[in-house]
Design a protein around this ligand. Structure first.
Ligand SMILES: *[C@@H]1O[C@H](CO)[C@@H](O)[C@H](O)[C@H]1NC(C)=O
Ligand SMILES: *[C@@H]1O[C@H](CO)[C@@H](O)[C@H](O)[C@H]1NC(C)=O
Ligand SMILES: *[C@@H]1O[C@H](CO)[C@@H](O)[C@H](O)[C@H]1NC(C)=O
Length: 350
C-alpha cells in the first residue's frame, strides 16, 4: 500500500511537471534562471538568423560561454550566455523570415536586461558596386513586404482601398507589374509599399504609429565606421574573389519574408529604394528594437547577387560560408569597439 501511494505520488508529480512544461507561460524554474542571469546583466543581445550564421560564432574562440549556466531554453528558442571581448552577451537564433525574427527578438528584449542588440548574418546584394564577401552596415532598414495590392484597372491617381481611413498610403511608391511584361497588359496591376504600424513602448497602447525607414543607433553606427579598414579573407580554398572583401557603411537595407532571386526585382529595389542588403530578418529585428527603444545595429555580409549573378554565378553555394564567417569576424571586432558599461549607446532615434 505504501509503495502504491509513493508510486501514485511520483506519477502525479511527473504529470504536474509535464503540464508545467507544456504551458508556454514562463515557469518558476525558468523565471528564477532568468532572474539569476539578469542580476549579472546588462548584456549585449546578439541575434543570428540561422544555424549557418550562428555556428561560426559559437565556434569562434572569441565566444567564451559561462560555465555555470550556459543556456536557457524557452518558447522553442535557446538563449546562450557568455562573453565576447569581455562584454557579457546573450545569443539567440531566430529562424527564417520576419515572423521568427520578430518573435525571437521580442522574447530576447522582454526576458533579459540588455544594453543593446546586435544582429548579423548574410544577405543578397542589390548594389552593383559591391562584391560578394563584402560586409555591409546599413544606416536604415525597412520592411519591403507590407503591400496594398491595387485592383486591376485602377491607375496611379486612384485612391487605394482603405486609404482614406489612414490604413494605407501612396506616399512610399509602388511596383508596377506591366513594366516587366513582355507583351501586353498585366492583370497584377501595382503593389504599393506600406509603412509598418508600430506600438512603441513610450506610446499609448493600441494607438498606432507608422514607420518605414528605421534608423540604426547613431552611436553604434558611428562606431561601425572604424571597421572600414578591416582585413578579410579573399579565397575559399583555391577559389578567390576578384578583390579582398571590405567592410562598408551603406545607406539602406530591406527585408521581407521573400527570398529574392530575380534580377528585375533586384534592380527595382536598388533603383527605387537605393538598397544594398536584401534579406529576410533585419527589418523585423529593427522594428522590435525601435519600438522597445533599445539601441541596435545590423552587420550583413553579402553572399549572393539576389538574382543578378553573372561571372560569380551560383555565388551563395561557394561563398556563403566565407560571407557567414566574415559577418562573425566583423561582429566580434565591433563588440571589441563598444565601451564597457551600460550607459554608452544613445537612443535609436536618427
Ligand atoms: C518576349 O517575347 C518574345 C516573343 O514571345 C520573345 O521572343 C522574347 O525573347 C521575349 N523577351 C524577353 C526579354 O523575355
Ligand atoms: C574547402 O576545403 C575543405 C577541406 O578540403 C572542404 O571540407 C570544404 O568543403 C571546402 N569548401 C568549399 C566551399 O569548397
Ligand atoms: C545610395 O546609397 C549609397 C551607399 O549605400 C550612397 O553612397 C549614395 O549616396 C546613395 N544615393 C542616393 C541617391 O541616395
Amino acid at each position: 500500500m505504501g509503495y502504491f501511494l509513493i508510486g501514485l505520488l511520483v506519477i502525479t508529480l511527473s504529470m504536474v511537471n509535464i503540464i508545467e512544461e507544456a504551458n508556454c507561460e514562463i515557469s518558476p524554474t525558468i523565471l528564477s534562471k532568468i532572474e539569476r542571469m539578469n542580476r549579472m546583466g546588462p548584456y549585449l543581445g546578439i541575434v543570428a538568423p540561422n544555424n549557418f550564421e550562428l555556428n561560426p560564432l559559437l565556434a569562434s574562440q572569441a565566444f567564451v560561454p559561462y560555465p555555470s549556466l550556459p543556456i536557457i531554453d524557452f518558447a522553442g528558442r535557446r538563449f546562450r550566455f557568455g562573453k565576447i571581448s569581455n562584454q557579457r552577451v546573450v545569443i539567440v537564433m531566430t529562424g527564417l523570415g520576419m515572423v521568427n525574427a520578430g518573435v525571437a527578438t521580442q522574447l530576447l528584449v522582454s526576458l533579459f536586461r540588455l544594453k543593446g542588440v546586435l544582429h548579423y548574418g548574410i544577405a543578397g546584394n542589390a548594389d552593383v558596386n559591391l562584391q560578394i564577401g563584402d560586409v555591409t552596415i546599413p544606416q536604415f532598414w525597412a520592411h519591403s513586404g507590407l503591400w496594398n495590392w491595387q485592383r486591376y484597372g485602377d491607375g496611379i491617381d486612384n485612391e487605394l482601398a482603405l486609404e482614406a481611413a489612414g490604413d494605407y498610403t501612396r506616399e512610399i511608391g509602388h511596383l508596377q507589374f506591366s513594366k516587366y511584361s513582355n507583351r501586353t497588359d498585366n492583370l497584377l496591376n501595382r503593389i504599393w509599399y506600406q509603412p509598418e504600424e508600430i506600438f512603441p513602448v513610450t506610446g499609448t497602447p493600441e494607438v498606432r504609429q507608422h514607420v518605414f525607414w528605421i534608423p540604426v543607433d547613431k552611436s553604434y553606427f558611428n562606431l561601425a565606421r572604424q571597421l572600414e579598414n578591416t582585413k578579410l579573407p579573399q579565397c575559399v580554398n583555391t577559389t578567390c574573389l576578384p578583390r579582398p572583401p571590405k567592410v562598408t557603411i551603406v545607406e539602406r537595407g530591406m527585408s521581407a519574408s521573400v527570398f529574392v532571386d530575380n534580377a528585375a526585382y533586384r534592380t527595382f529595389l536598388s533603383s527605387k529604394f537605393n538598397v544594398t542588403a536584401v534579406e529576410m530578418e533585419s527589418a523585423a529585428v529593427a522594428l522590435i528594437c525601435h519600438q522597445q527603444k533599445l539601441p541596435f545595429v545590423v552587420i550583413r555580409a553579402l553572399s549572393d547577387l539576389a538574382g543578378g549573378g553573372s561571372d560569380l554565378s551560383n555565388e551563395a553555394n561557394l561563398f556563403g560560408s566565407l560571407a557567414a564567417q566574415n559577418s562573425v569576424d566583423v561582429l566580434v571586432k565591433f563588440i571589441g569597439l563598444i565601451p564597457h558599461g551600460a550607459k554608452f549607446a544613445s537612443s535609436s532615434s536618427s
